[in-house]
Design a protein around this ligand. Structure first.
Ligand code: F6R
Length: 611
């Protein structure tokens, strides 16, 4: 949520900041702002997208070699020019950008108001700016000390970058709960909430840890904690290319990411599937496999699309490894005093690795002594750093706000985990295990075959773009796919959609069905095929419109449904990876036809770092 970028060095900061904001806009897009120090501070901020800010600044002469920029996803205060970041303290000494929430801001604000401080905005960030300034002026201390003292008084989460007009040779950055990455250049430093604005300048980065404060001059970075303990910065090398964060000719990142799925899954396999398909090697879990094999229970925690992947993980692991699995929304799990035993394994799934609720669930599980594993996409993000072991999906950067390749690569990892555990626990014979490996490795090629038919999804989208409600039905492995299809549609096209287990339809949702209700049914051939055929008949009997995702060559459903989209046959356990693709495409084309902003849907942000 919210994107942060900063620069200090010998170059003009403005183009670096503006370009950085464009890269970060997927994190939040209700307002944006930039501040530079060049003798006097220069500050521009505007409600709306980064382009609105750029147009607003266009005629101004804006120069300086030190600056900060922010793109906002509102938490406190409506999106408008005043609430946009950067925020300036009352006497103009401090200019700050902030990602996160200061939970005790109201109490601090009250105390500052009693002391005569006045506020312009409704944000928690301005409260922090004024607290820092108050300590700075009253205490006659340096900016760094004022920042550290102020941070020792705040509760909540922050990723912060701060300018002090009296100390124009430095940026001060601080992190607690909201990620910050520092790019190390030649006599220059970059700072950002993720590596996407940094990678085109340098691949050497320092990830700040919680409670870190960095004092950054163009030729020096000093790292300490809020309590003033010196820290040694560790420089990592980014494994990310600029090409990966471009649209590469596609109209939208989401479309690019849908089409990237065969490659992303191959990247997930890389180094893990033996070239002769004789086994799987999940290196990141090497030390914990014995514990996993003996686990009495697995609890999967995640949010949104990652939660849907987790549900598929439950089916895969129970089916193949015969271990009981529970799948929990991280936000519910963390607050409901869950029973977690020492021999439970908790698996956290997250594309961004920064989702606040998932992080909190991990911390709770660790406190209770469980082994905690992560399945994450963003290398170096918080979740992989806080889990005991884990597997990266290696899907590459996912910029479109609606998750697509993250889902399929998460499911791929979960399938590999289930297969490894099932084999080691003796539930999968060598023959079955090898057969499954072969079938899993065929999935990317089968997705290619589906993508070639994307025009068929476009035609469906033309027909149903004006629908106001959609129902998605699936049984077994396809129930999570139905949920995911419905989520994709509602988040980017704003059409109301619900996913249901097909058999549950007659317990309520069937009342909704009429000739205006498209019902998407995932109905590939498996053991409950006959049942799903009956469900389709039930919909047709009520004049519902059926769009069925079926196995290639299906002739029965073809006669019943209004439309069919065929997917290649595979092992049922892996068909979720295939059937979700036409649903992603359908949502994408409907959203485009409705004129929605596919990559930046309203009210959403890519990584949800607030509760
Ligand atoms: C939906 C979507 C969200 C995320 C959710 C969890 O398309 O993107 O529902 O899946 O916010 O995010 P991560 O996986 O980053 O923890």
């Amino acid at each position: 949520m919210c994107g942060i970028v900063g620069y200090i060095g010998n170059k003009e900061a403005y183009p670096i900041l503006m370009n950085g904001l464009k890269r970060l806009e997927y994190r939040g897009y209700d307002s944006a702002g930039i501040a530079l120090l060049n003798g006097q501070p220069l500050l521009y901020k505007k409600k709306g997208k980064v382009n609105d800010l750029e147009n607003y600044i266009s005629d101004s002469i804006i120069s300086g070699q030190l600056g900060i920029g922010h793109t906002r996803w509102a938490t406190h205060g409506e999106p408008n020019d005043v609430n946009a970041h950067p925020h300036t303290s009352e006497h103009g000494k401090f200019i700050i950008i902030h990602n996160g929430i200061i939970e005790n801001y109201a109490r601090i604000k009250e105390k500052l108001e009693i002391r005569g401080v006045t506020f312009k905005s409704a944000t928690d960030t301005e409260v922090l700016a004024n607290l820092i300034e108050y300590i700075y002026i009253k205490g006659q201390v340096t900016a760094e000390i004022a920042v550290r003292l102020a941070l020792s008084k705040v509760e909540g989460a922050y990723g912060l970058v701060i300018l002090c007009v009296d100390e124009p040779d430095r940026l001060i950055a601080a992190r607690k709960g909201s990620p910050l990455v520092v790019g190390v250049g030649d006599e220059e430093y970059f700072i950002a909430s993720d590596a996407t604005p940094i990678v085109e300048h340098t691949k050497s980065v320092i990830y700040l840890n919680d409670d870190d404060v960095a004092i950054i001059k163009k030729d020096e970075l000093v790292l300490k904690t809020v309590k003033n303990d010196k820290q040694t910065p560790i420089v990592h090398q980014l494994d990310l290319d600029v090409g990966e964060i471009d649209k590469s000719g596609y109209d939208h990142f989401m479309l690019k990411e849908i089409f990237e799925q065969p490659k992303s899954i191959l990247d997930t396999f890389r180094g893990r599937v033996a070239p002769d398909l004789s086994g799987l090697n999940l290196g990141g879990l090497f030390n914990v496999i014995p514990q996993m094999v003996k686990a009495k229970r697995i609890i999967i925690v995640a949010c949104g699309t990652s939660w849907h992947a987790g549900l598929l993980g439950e089916y895969l692991m129970e089916d193949m490894a015969r271990i009981p699995v529970e799948v929990e929304y991280a936000s519910e799990f963390r607050y409901r005093n869950p029973i977690i035993n020492m021999d439970d394994i908790v698996i956290a799934i997250s594309q961004s690795g920064e989702t606040a609720d998932t992080l909190a669930a991990i911390r709770l599980a660790k406190e209770k002594g469980a082994l905690v594993l992560g399945i994450c996409n963003v290398v170096g993000s918080s979740i992989p750093r806080e889990t005991d072991a884990g597997v990266y999906t290696h899907a590459g950067p996912e910029i479109g706000v609606a998750s697509t390749k993250a889902f399929t690569t998460q499911v791929t990892v979960l399938a590999m985990m289930a297969m490894v555990m099932g084999h080691k626990r003796g539930y999968l014979s060598d023959k079955k295990y090898l057969g499954l490996i072969k079938e899993l490795t065929e999935i990317p090629g089968k997705i290619e075959k589906i993508l070639v038919k994307s025009d068929a999804c476009k035609e469906l989208a033309t027909l149903y773009q004006r629908a106001t409600n959609f129902l998605y039905l699936g049984r077994g492995y396809f129930f999570p796919v139905a949920l995911e299809g419905a989520l994709k549609l509602k988040e980017i096209s704003y059409i109301h959609a619900e996913g249901y287990p097909a058999a549950e339809m007659k317990h309520g949702p069937i009342a909704l069905i009429d000739q205006n209700m498209p019902v998407v049914v995932i109905a590939t051939k498996d053991k409950s095929y006959d049942k799903i055929v009956s469900n389709i008949q039930e919909v047709k009997a009520r004049n519902g419109v059926v769009i069925a995702i079926v196995t290639e060559g299906d002739s029965v459903i073809r006669k019943l449904a209004d439309h069919v989209f065929e997917v290649p046959e595979s092992n049922i356990a892996f068909e979720g990876l295939l059937t979700v693709v036409p649903l992603q495409l359908l949502s994408y084309y409907i959203a485009v036809m409705r004129g929605c902003n596919v990559d930046q849907p309203r009210n959403l942000a890519k990584s949800v770092t607030v509760e």
